[in-house]
Design a protein around this ligand. Structure first.
Ligand code: AMP
Length: 589
């Protein structure tokens, strides 16, 4: 087999690597750069530009330029310059084709196989689209792997003792943080979080606005209206930002930036690191919560981490390194270039799949993913009962027993939901199916086993089985997450925003549902123990049931006062105490 290349197909920049003499090396592009801007453009004559050429002319030719196509992967977005209509896969393929060509020039031989990386939270549709982009570019994609996993591979963390690794990835346009666990031949993504609208570009933007504003204050000239000037200022600001990662001061020197009334004007300005950090402190702070979130989700304290890896060019900023150290208490590893390690890890994986020996590398690695949002089913009262919590590792199988809500109910409808909210109607409905032919019985008697089976590609199979009759039905939901990253983020923000409100409402629905459940259980108990139940106990159960029934009669869960809620809970507890062990714990569908 020929060489297998590893590709980091990034939102802002892409990078390609290959293993030579047992070590991954970065393949420079035709322009001499080690990373290639993920930008394509068409000139007005229809010529295709990819990479640096496309990026440089973007401000002057915005309609025919496409940047950050990765944000649209897996959607039906079209890039449509001059009557063309290109899918995200086709645009990505143009970038991949250039990377492939650069690799062929470097290696001096044809390249037709690759490993490509994607963010850990990418869903099945986004992964499939990435694979398709590779195919369009003439590459057989041997495997799609997660970016944080790939970074860990570059650091050789897949052999040696098991360890928990936090990967903080701040690129040009996106921020991702992942917690992964590397064990013997196993890499598991325990949790991921991030902000797909935050990256180095925002830091450039801040500095650019500051420079324009300062210039306006002292010279009363507004350069914001001149796209060519803005583009040059932005480039100078990015350069200054990079310098400030190592120096305490950087200069912005832009002679002949524009002409005003026939006179040339120039910008000469010094920026200190302190000023830059002051201008961007809120941007940096936005990375704080996601780091704490993944630690919380994975139930790990900073002190339990074995390693912290910095990925993405923007982690070169001094303030980022300080923040990450403060948050985790660990000095981040920095011995591999942060903008290159993802591609290098992919090259390592590619070489293994291509049958090459890598120094120290062990057996093939099993890669695991996580579910981006909670999966649940709707139960009585419109409650979303969680089956698979957000950030659960997949492939996996989760099973829970449910029962019927009504006496002699022979059919249940299983509504599969995705989202963090407590009520079904506030989450996304992924699919519905019915289980019929349940044996006629009192409410709460049938045992219905609901199973969520998620395979390695994120494909979800939900089945329901009546354990009494053995009858079952199921549904397959391709692409467990049909939502975009934005939608996922919105769903999570919504859930946090409504959490208090939801809790109060859920408490009221739960109280009424629980009361009904106890009444049904009491009826069932009395019926089943017709022969041996003593009169005293029977009378007690009947009167306690009647009291519960009275407490909920004509009551609407949404409109319960605190006093009514207390009464229902108290009466239900009294009945429950009498029922004792006879009480079951199943949820009702
Ligand atoms: P990536 O997408 O990982 O290649 O990251 C690109 C981002 O990293 C861009 O916003 C760059 O401006 C930024 N970047 C690259 N080098 C540095 C540096 N030395 N200091 C600060 N930011 C940098």
């Amino acid at each position: 087999m020929g060489k297998v290349i590893g590709i980091d197909l990034g939102t802002t920049n892409s990078c390609v690597s290959v293993v030579e003499l047992s070590e991954p090396v970065i393949i420079p592009n035709a322009e001499g750069g080690r990373t290639t801007p993920s930008v394509i453009a068409f000139t007005k004559d229809g010529e295709l530009l990819v990479g640096d050429h496309a990026r440089r002319q973007s401000a002057m030719n915005p309609r025919r330029t496409m940047a950050s196509i990765k944000r649209h992967m897996g959607t039906d977005f079209r890039f449509a310059p001059d009557g063309m209509s290109l899918s995200p896969q086709e645009v990505s393929a143009m970038i991949l084709r250039k990377l492939k060509k650069d690799a062929e020039n470097y290696l001096g031989s044809a390249v037709d196989k690759a490993v490509i990386t994607v963010p850990a939270y990418f869903n099945d549709a986004q992964r499939q689209a990435t694979k398709d982009a590779g195919r369009i570019a003439g590459l057989e994609v041997l495997r799609i792997i997660n970016e944080p996993t790939s970074a860990a591979l570059a650091y050789g963390l897949d052999h040696g003792h098991p360890q928990k690794v936090l990967v903080y990835d701040l690129g040009g346009g996106t921020f991702d943080v992942s917690l992964i666990e590397m064990g013997e031949g196993l890499i598991e993504v325990l949790a991921t979080a991030g902000d797909n609208r935050l990256g180095g570009d925002d830091f450039d933007e801040r500095l650019t606005s500051y420079v324009i504003e300062e210039y306006k204050k002292t010279n009363h000239i507004n350069l914001a209206k001149d796209p060519t000037a803005v583009q040059r200022i932005k480039e100078a600001c990015e350069t200054a930002k990079k310098e400030l990662s190592t120096a305490m001061t950087a200069s912005i020197n832009l002679p002949f930036i524009a002409t005003v009334k026939g006179e040339p004007i120039h910008i000469y300005m010094d920026i200190t690191r302190a000023k830059f950090e002051e201008l961007t402190s809120d941007l940096l702070n936005r990375t704080r919560e996601p780091v704490l979130d993944v630690l919380r989700d994975a139930k790990i304290k900073g002190s339990e981490l074995d390693k912290v890896l910095l990925v993405g060019g923007s982690t070169r900023m001094a303030a980022v390194q300080k923040l990450v150290k403060n948050l985790t208490g660990i000095e981040p590893s920095r011995n591999i270039n942060p903008d290159e390690c993802v591609a290098m890890g992919a090259a390592v994986q590619g070489a293994k799949l291509g049958g090459e020996m890598i120094s120290g590398a062990g057996s093939d690695i099993i890669l695991m993913d996580v579910t981006p949002l909670t999966l649940s089913i709707e139960t009585v009262g419109g409650i979303a009962t969680k089956i698979v919590e957000r950030n659960s590792t997949i492939p996996a199988r989760y099973t829970q027993i449910f029962s019927t809500a009504m006496p002699y109910q022979t059919t249940v409808e299983i509504k599969v939901l995705q989202g963090e909210r407590q009520f079904a109607r506030d989450n996304t409905l992924l699919g519905t199916f019915r289980l019929t032919g349940i044996r006629r019985a009192m409410a709460g008697v049938p045992q219905i086993e609901v199973t969520f089976d998620i395979d390695a590609n994120g494909i979800l199979n939900v089945s329901a089985k009546d354990l009494g009759t053995g009858r079952q039905n199921s549904i397959v939901i391709v692409s467990g997450s049909k939502m975009s990253d934005d939608e996922i983020k919105r769903a999570m923000d919504d859930a946090a925003f409504y959490a208090d409100d939801d809790n109060a409402r859920k408490k009221r629905f739960d109280a009424i549902n629980n009361a009904k459940r106890k009444i049904a259980q009491a009826q069932l108990y009395i019926q089943e123990h017709k022969q041996d139940l003593d009169k005293e106990k029977k009378r007690g159960l009947k009167s306690a049931s009647a009291a519960v029934e009275k407490s909920i009669r004509w009551k609407k869960a949404d409109k319960l006062t605190e006093g009514e809620l207390d009464e229902i809970i108290r009466k239900t507890q009294e009945l429950d105490a009498l029922l004792g062990d006879a009480a079951g714990t199943d949820d009702r569908i």
